[in-house]
Design a protein around this ligand. Structure first.
Ligand code: CP
Ligand code: NVA
Length: 309
């Protein structure tokens, strides 16, 4: 059974296969309407249970469309509507019940531990739809978007992240190792990745660099990524954190220190870490980035259901 929890645990070959499949499927359905099913209906009769402990627009809708376009269906749940963790039902019991009714489980959670417990007791694949430490479906889709726009393998590009050391960055770091691309991280000293992540990065010091100066991080970049300074699980002093990130705001001047045709990507939702001029400007491809999640989720589902060719 194949889970999709962290990019670092999935082989390079499988990650590349997912991207290749997504590209092929996207091309093949150019003339199809949103809810028309891909030829062969590869997930006919399958049900994906989606459960959210936190808000979601893109992940929720893209997984809904993804499974529909593959011929299956989805049931979307809020964890507080279930007995989960209250009324005497353990995660283990819920996991067994979900495995009885559904064929796959997509989970957005405020706890990495819960993902592990579900993984232990589920007999169906689990997909991490965002946890405090990881957002793997987002980042794999972003690699697809970068290669689609730049028409080159990401290993030939210089990628820059300006922002918090959050779940999206952790997955991007794992991706840089899997896909062998250069990654510059620009963030305040106080908000650098944890020592645990840094010691992991050390092994790959040739490809990952951390700068406390946004201009230095962005220099010569083909792609600049960002995300909200305050993530959904953030519990610290938000005002203070926003203050620390002030000089890391992505504006035209910062974009100009990157390559001339540099693209800007942001997973959304956004805060004020990026100027409106950049977010809606010609370097930005955020809407294409959001759309591509449907295409990549489909190939992630096929991977998990053992149907990826
Ligand atoms: N980018 C992303 O995961 O968006 P949602 O929080 O809306 O799912
Ligand atoms: N880092 C953000 C990503 C949202 C898609 C969060 O966790 O809230």
């Amino acid at each position: 059974m194949k889970h999709f929890i962290n990019l670092k645990d999935i082989s390079k070959t499988d990650l590349r296969k997912i991207i290749t499949d997504a590209k092929r499927r996207k091309n093949l359905r150019k003339k199809l309407n949103t809810l028309e099913i891909d030829k062969g209906s590869p997930l006919k009769g399958k049900m994906l249970v989606q459960m959210f402990e936190k808000a979601s627009s893109r992940t929720r809708i893209s997984f809904y469309l993804a499974i529909k376009q593959l011929g299956g269906g989805t049931l979307t749940l809020r964890s507080n509507e279930l007995h989960l963790g209250q009324g005497g039902e353990s995660i283990a019991d819920t996991a067994k019940i979900l495995s009885t009714y559904g064929d796959g489980f997509m989970f957005r959670t405020d706890s990495d531990k819960k993902v592990e417990i579900f993984k232990k007791y589920l007999t169906i694949p689990i997909i991490n739809g965002l946890s405090p430490s990881s957002h793997p479906t987002q980042v794999l889709s972003d690699i697809f978007t970068v290669e689609e726009i730049k028409k080159k393998p990401i290993s030939k590009l210089k990628i820059c992240w300006i922002g918090d050391s959050n779940n999206v960055l952790s997955s991007l770091i794992e991706a840089s190792v899997k896909f062998s691309f250069k990654l510059n991280i620009g963030c305040p000293k106080k908000y650098e990745p944890t020592n645990h992540i840094k010691s992991w990065i050390k092994k790959y010091s040739k490809i990952i660099d951390i700068y406390n100066d946004p201009k230095k991080a962005a220099k010569g970049a083909d792609v600049i990524f960002s995300d909200k300074v305050i993530s959904m699980h953030d519990k610290g002093n938000k005002k203070k954190k926003i203050q620390f990130f002030k000089k890391f705001k992505i504006n035209k001047k910062l974009i100009n220190s990157a390559k001339k045709n540099c693209i800007f990507l942001h997973c959304l939702p956004r805060g004020n870490e990026v100027d409106e001029e950049v977010f809606l400007g010609k370097n930005s491809h955020v809407w294409q980035q959001a759309l591509n999640r449907v295409h990549v989720q489909k190939s992630i589902l096929l991977y998990c259901f053992g149907k990826l060719r």
